[in-house]
Design a protein around this ligand. Structure first.
Ligand code: CAO
Length: 416
């Protein structure tokens, strides 16, 4: 076993190295905090101001075997909620993302620091007898073990469910795997594999183009979020049952859950064409499976991405425009087509469905005369839902996101 020197971004990461690692190995069993309960089993309502009554997961200890993105997303969320996360890394190697996509020589990568804030790190060789002994002690004193190793890896370390449950019956063992039980359960999986296997890629992109993956990390971060929910639920249930349980999130399932509206459409397809898809209005027949729908809205209110002023040189000068039925009159007035309010070909949502392409082309003639922010202001003033296509640069510089804490500056940590 070796102790860790590899801790990340400073503000929220507790920078504990050798001393801290020793401390981790000597953790004492927690004393139960016996609070006077009122009739419904809850303690008396706190009189402390909100935000000063401790964090939600204070007192919960996580033994974190996670690496890369899916698992670390989950344990970072738990850490933000107050859990004490002890991240176990492989001696001499550490989490592989420490060195991936580095932007500053000698420092842990942003990829690593953005996913591992608020955690403590320790390196333990889980295959060494001494390492195993330390891990068993940690298992006794922790509440949750989180891992996203390749299938079978944890068992090969000797950390089977049976062993863990016997060592600490209260422990929750939470795993991310690529697939659930079935033909692919032994496969290793990364983000885009999950996006493809979970139905997102086949339904993303344009009908006449190849399937597309999205930049949103719905396979990794999405599954980490699902896992965090499973863990918190298991912790809650443990209050009643007194025992831990296994929690498994498969990345394929996580992506499918987020792509559920497309599974809805697959079922609808058996009963006729998907009339809100632009291909319906264009007279193109549907096949057996849900097609890629370009920028069509996934809901009942038709929408599309339209060019705005400057689109010729700015790749993000676009806006998402929704022709929400209750504000159809306002849309007609804005774009100079007041006659569409009463024209039977345009006045009702069903009448508009076969004409969506023409309608959006007409609206675009108007949006192209304005910047995306002008469209945003004008439309929102009359309750028309629109969304500017914001670049990552614009988002990173957006003051309101800094103000709310959605985007925060964190010290880099310990360049080595
Ligand atoms: N001490 C000793 N050995 C350790 C160790 C430690 N502390 N931590 C890890 N190891 C060893 C493992 O035991 C394993 O060795 P064996 O295969 O010989 O048993 C080895 O390191 C590699 O672990 P791994 O199989 O999990 O990692 P990988 O790089 O081969 O695969 C990944 C990575 C992500 C494809 C795989 O872990 C996986 O499919 N995970 C599940 C799905 C998932 O979470 N994917 C999302 C990743 S984020 O994009």
């Amino acid at each position: 076993m070796a102790t860790s020197k590899k801790v990340t971004a400073k503000t929220k990461v507790k920078s504990k190295s050798k001393a801290a690692s020793k401390k981790v190995a000597k953790l004492k069993a927690k004393k139960s905090v016996a609070k006077k309960a009122v009739a419904n089993g809850l303690p008396k309502a706190s009189t402390k101001p909100y935000g000063q009554a401790g964090k939600a997961l204070e007192g919960v200890r996580i033994l974190d075997f996670s690496h890369v993105q899916a698992g670390p997303t989950c344990t970072q969320l738990l850490a933000y909620m107050g859990a004490d996360v002890i991240k176990v890394e492989r001696p001499g190697v550490g989490d592989i993302t420490r060195g991936q996509l580095r932007d500053v020589k000698g420092a842990d990568s942003l990829y690593f620091t953005m996913l591992n804030g608020n955690k403590r790190s320790i390196t333990i060789d889980s295959k060494h007898p001494k390492g195993k002994e330390i891990l068993d002690r940690l298992i006794k004193h922790c509440d949750v073990l989180v891992e996203n190793f390749a299938p079978g890896t944890l068992d090969r370390m000797g950390l089977t469910w049976e062993h863990i449950h016997k060592t600490n019956p209260r422990m929750i063992v939470a795993s991310v795997k690529g697939f659930g039980p079935g033909p692919y359960e032994d496969c290793k999986v990364y983000e885009n594999v999950a996006q493809c296997a979970g139905g997102a890629a086949s339904t993303t992109g344009f009908r006449d183009g190849p399937p597309l993956v999205t930049g949103a990390q719905i396979g990794d971060s999405g599954t980490g979020l699902h896992l965090a929910f499973g863990i918190v639920s298991a912790l809650y249930q443990r209050i009643r049952t007194g025992r831990g349980q296994r929690v498994l999130c498969a990345m394929q399932d996580g992506v499918l859950n987020l792509a559920r509206v497309k599974l809805r459409d697959q079922q609808r397809l058996a009963h006729g064409p998907l009339t809100e898809y632009s291909q319906y209005g264009e007279g193109i027949p549907f096949g057996q499976a849900v097609p890629r729908a370009g920028n069509d809205s996934g809901g009942g209110q038709p929408g599309w991405i339209l060019k705005c002023k400057g689109w010729e040189s700015d790749p993000d000068a676009y806006i998402y425009f929704i022709t929400q039925a209750p504000v159809w009159g306002a849309i007609c007035d804005l774009i100079g087509k007041p006659e569409w309010k009463t024209d039977p070909d345009y006045a009702t949502p069903p009448a508009r469905l076969p004409r969506l392409r023409h309608i959006f082309d007409t609206i675009e003639q108007w949006t192209m005369t304005k910047t995306k922010f002008e469209v945003m202001d004008i439309c929102n003033a009359v309750d028309i839902p629109v969304g500017p296509i914001l670049s990552m640069k614009e988002i990173a510089e957006e003051p309101s996101l800094r103000k709310t804490g959605t985007v925060v500056e964190v010290d880099r940590g310990n360049p080595r």
